[in-house]
Ligand binder design. Structure first.
Ligand SMILES: Cc1ncc(COP(=O)(O)O)c(C=O)c1O
Length: 341
């Protein structure tokens, strides 16, 4: 099933089938890593993406030398004396397998911090739960149905209201800001319509109003798009999808350069319990390893996820073959990473 979480509006056809012109800055990584001509993505410089996908966050197990991070299937940790431990006290708070995964995902997103959750929705929940009653959210009007449900049915009764806006129009986004707006929630590409949002253009406007910018990067993956380099403050992943890559787990992650946000989100996990299990963290760590190959050659298509290349056309665009070739669904070739020549 392709768009298992289509928003109710989109699923019922209520959303107009807008395919507006979208103008982008260098949001998608291009060209392949060997060419560094015009796009300076600092996080890719220290090590290549593939190297970081395989190694980041992990080191040989200190107990045995095992090169693959073990599944630390434990709830708690022996302490020499109360409070005297080796970095982990209780696995709701932290676990070595989870720590390895968090380091790996943070590295892929070029972030200081990675925080893993029991699901993508738990990550979104933790972000919104860090707001306060009376705060206001501006969100993409085409977005994952579970995000829509969470914002409308869980947070609106708690007096965190959301305005859903067509983000192809930056002025409409600015118009939706109120003095209470605390969070801009961007999903790009969107689920289900695969529409694209210019993160950089919106981040500038949001930051001018002191609004935190969160980007759901689930569908692009950090291989194709690193939102923090375009001004986002928080990046959300449903690792259940491409990051996990095998359809055998549910897990979420948030990456950020903000110490304050990292602390808030870790506090949420500790306090409300949305911690992923070590087995799922181990399985998720396996996802990025073959990623450079798999993420660049996999695309959604009606009827299921299927493998295909990101073809380029003579007109110089690339995109998902199953979607009609409109400006909203085709990425300028100069602005995306593609396997095609
Ligand atoms: C774009 C997007 N974000 C978030 C989620 C939620 O993730 P999870 O199912 O891991 O809770 C999904 C799930 O389909 C999704 O498609």
């Amino acid at each position: 099933m392709l768009f298992c979480g289509a928003s109710p509006e989109a699923a019922s056809g209520m959303l107009p089938n807008r395919m507006p012109h979208v103008s982008f800055s260098s949001q998608f990584i291009f060209p392949p890593m060997s060419d560094s001509s015009s796009h300076d993505h600092a996080p890719l410089k220290a090590d290549g993406f593939g190297t970081r996908a395989v190694h980041a966050g992990q080191q040989p197990d200190p107990a045995t030398g095992a090169v693959m991070t073990p599944i630390y299937q434990t709830s708690t940790y022996a302490q020499a004396a109360p409070g005297e431990h080796k970095g982990h006290e209780y696995s709701r708070v932290s676990n070595p397998t989870r720590t390895a995964l968090e380091g790996n995902l943070a590295s892929l997103e070029g972030a200081e911090h990675g925080i893993a959750f029991s699901s993508g929705v738990a990550g979104i929940d933790a972000i919104v739960k860090s707001l306060r009653p009376g705060d206001h959210v501006v969100a993409t009007d085409d977005l994952y149905g579970g995000t829509y449900r969470l914002l409308r049915e869980v947070f609106e009764p708690l007096n965190i209201q959301t305005s859903f806006v067509d983000m192809s129009d930056p002025d409409a986004v600015t118009d939706a800001f109120t003095e209470d707006t605390a969070l801009l929630w961007v999903e790009t590409p969107t689920n289900p319509l695969m529409r694209l949002v210019d993160i950089e253009a919106l981040a500038g406007r949001a930051h001018a109003h002191d609004i935190t910018v969160a980007v759901d990067n689930t569908f692009a993956t950090p291989y194709l798009q690193q939102p923090l380099t375009h001004g986002a403050d928080l990046v959300l992943h449903s690792a259940t999808k491409y990051l996990g890559g095998h359809s055998d787990l549910i897990l979420g992650a948030v990456c950020t350069n903000s110490d304050e946000w990292a602390e808030k989100l870790r506090f949420q996990i500790k306090s409300t319990g949305a911690a992923p299990g070590p087995m799922d963290c181990f399985l998720t760590l396996r996802g990025p390893r073959p990623s450079t190959c798999a993420w660049s050659s996999t695309a959604p298509a009606p009827g299921g996820w299927r493998r295909c290349s990101m073809p380029t056309t003579r007109s110089g665009t690339c995109g998902i073959p199953a979607f009609p070739p409109t400006p909203a669904t085709r990425w300028p070739r100069s602005k995306c990473r593609t396997t095609a020549a």
